[in-house]
Design a protein around this ligand. Structure first.
Ligand code: PAF
Length: 283
């Protein structure tokens, strides 16, 4: 595997490759990321991965400084997966001048759910992803469904800018007890790690409650959301949101849409101690 930090060198290496498949990451790779590398391999060749902890998507009180950085272990795993190039720019490589041009997703998608609790997060994500796309120029890029809203926003960005890259979703990979794999799981204490699978358990309960409704309407969904928030809070979590939304645009569904069978997704973010976990489940 070639490890490249310089944008020009990356372009030189990829010259003439028009089927590259790209997996952007922030490192601290786990089985979830590796499954995305395997999916990338099915959709193009060569596979290019990136590791870059993107300062622009972290809020001032978030974990940019403490975000786990495990470059050598990541390299070893990517080599085993047969990744052709690892693009691992420094901040100076990717942002040689202050990044003053930014991509601001529309409010109705970028400022809800994660965007409400992490202001500017999706602006930072879209800006770096557009820049990485411009550096790698792949045919395909793979994003995990665990970051459901991120996947949707990147898809819309690619569509609205007519970026000729297919955005391929990868399924969420879970530990045996159901906890969605995440780099931030390493922050959990032993007791918190034992409690953490409750988040997915709750999503399954919410899903069942929605499926058991005799008639789906906005009021009934809101009651289910409130009950779920209370349940998590009573177990010592600090939920930011548990929201049942339309899969198509992540907006709350109207009674008319619900009755017409609109596909739904449950999205959640909640803190356990100091660790903020997110998860989702399609209905
Ligand atoms: O999902 C992530 O790891 C990041 O948000 C991404 C897409 C690599 C952009 O920094």
């Amino acid at each position: 595997m070639k490890i490249i930090s310089d944008i020009q060198e990356l372009r030189d290496h990829l010259r003439g490759q028009n089927r590259a498949s790209f997996v952007p990451t922030m490192g601290n790779l786990h089985e979830g990321h590796l499954s995305l590398m395997r999916l990338a391999r099915q959709h193009g060749d060569p596979v290019v991965a990136s590791i870059f902890v993107n300062r622009l998507q972290f809020g001032p009180n978030e974990d940019f400084d403490s975000y786990p950085r495990t470059m050598q272990a990541d390299i070893d795993q990517l080599e085993k997966e047969g990744v052709y190039i690892l693009f691992a720019p420094t901040e100076r490589d990717l942002y040689p001048q202050p990044q003053e041009y930014r991509v601001d997703p529309p409010q109705q998608l970028g400022d809800i759910l994660e965007g409400e609790f992490r202001p500017g997060f999706f602006k930072g994500v879209c800006t770096v992803v557009l820049k990485l796309f411009s550096c790698v120029q792949p045919k395909v890029a793979v994003f995990g469904k665990k970051d459901y809203q991120q996947l949707m926003i990147i898809r819309q960005m690619a569509k609205q800018f007519a970026i000729p890259i297919d955005i391929v979703p990868g399924e969420t990979i879970r530990a045996e007890d159901g906890l969605a794999l995440s780099s931030r799981n390493t922050y959990l204490s032993t007791a918190e790690r034992a409690e953490a699978p409750q988040l997915q358990k709750l999503l399954n309960e919410v899903r069942k409650q929605v499926l058991d409704l005799k008639e789906r309407n906005a009021e009934a969904l809101s009651a289910i959301e409130k009950k779920a928030v209370a349940q998590l809070t009573s177990r010592g979590w600090q939920p930011d949101y548990i929201a049942i939304r339309q899969q198509s645009d992540l907006a709350p569904s109207s009674d008319a849409n619900l009755q017409a069978g609109e596909p739904l997704v449950i999205l959640t973010a909640a803190k356990l101690g100091k660790t903020r976990l997110i998860d989702n489940l399609e209905i």
